[in-house]
Write a protein of this length. Sequence first.
Length: 364
Amino acid sequence: MTTAPPHEHSDRAVCDAAMSLYSEAWAAGRVSRTAAMPLPCLSENALLVPDPLDSRFLRPVPPSAALAHLLHPITQGLLEHVRASDHLVKALAPLVSFGPHVPHLAITVLKGRSTVQASINESARDVREEILTLQPGSTRRREDLQTALSGTLPTVERGVQVRHIYQHSARYSPDLKEYVGQLPSSLLQVRTMEQAIEVLMIFDRTVAYVPAERDRSVALEIRHPALVAFLAQLYETLWAQATPFAQQLPTALPGTPVTAVQQSIARLLIEGNQDEAVARTLGISVRTCRAHISKLMQTLGATSRTHLGALLVHSAIAEPAAARTAEKPAAPRTAEEPAATRPAEKPAAPPRTAEKPANPDLPG
């Protein structure tokens, strides 16, 4: 008697055998529990649910409904869980095509940089009201910004509002400052923040783009209204926490012997992050990150990295800035900044020298 091979693959993946069974279940309207038992990834991804009329069977759930169900907990932790949403979308997007009754494909997988760029260019040509982009990482190459400028100028000529969010390290780029200076301030708004998620682009809140691979050679074109609305809400949350590009960032925190970026590094080290993860989070190079760690060791008199960790835990260096200023009166707000969205100051990060995969040539 031949024993069936074990069902093994990465977390939240849907194997070929499961996709085949799901297709059969979709056509028949249900599938037996016995047939689905060797393929637990279907139930784990909420693609099969118990049949309320017969406990021996399971019914297929529309992929879009399963995706919405799995994304619901993400709202409890926007910054951390948005990475999980990207993983879930990649796992379930190929199954959307099993729903022929859906009037349009809500999620399209775009493979290849030229295909991704062509779709983005089309959305840029059709946009009428606003473009929202999130660009993590360090500074962008001059040629990338020139290409982005050529794509953005036609939209601002039509009166399209453009908003960009970069990481603090982008403030050190003279090319970015030149790019910002060539666009009208009445239509372009730029802010920066200490930490950011992956690339995100939203056009008129009807279509959004997120990368589906680490090298960004594959992207998801999202047109599902609920998911686009969720991503737009996420963007507004990040925008409220970001600092306007023209507003100067503090170089150090009052009452501490370290700079703001060193305080951010200290906090991330206490949380257990390695040097590479700290650098990636702050948008700086690993070399720059380790230089700041060395200065922290000198400041605190640490004799080793282990000793530094112990000193940081017992010091107040990594204490959030909000905790230090909780009892202080709020700083006066400018006319351009709504009171409800004025964020706390974020520590600045120095420029990163490590190269990241090139982004598609989006506006900004």
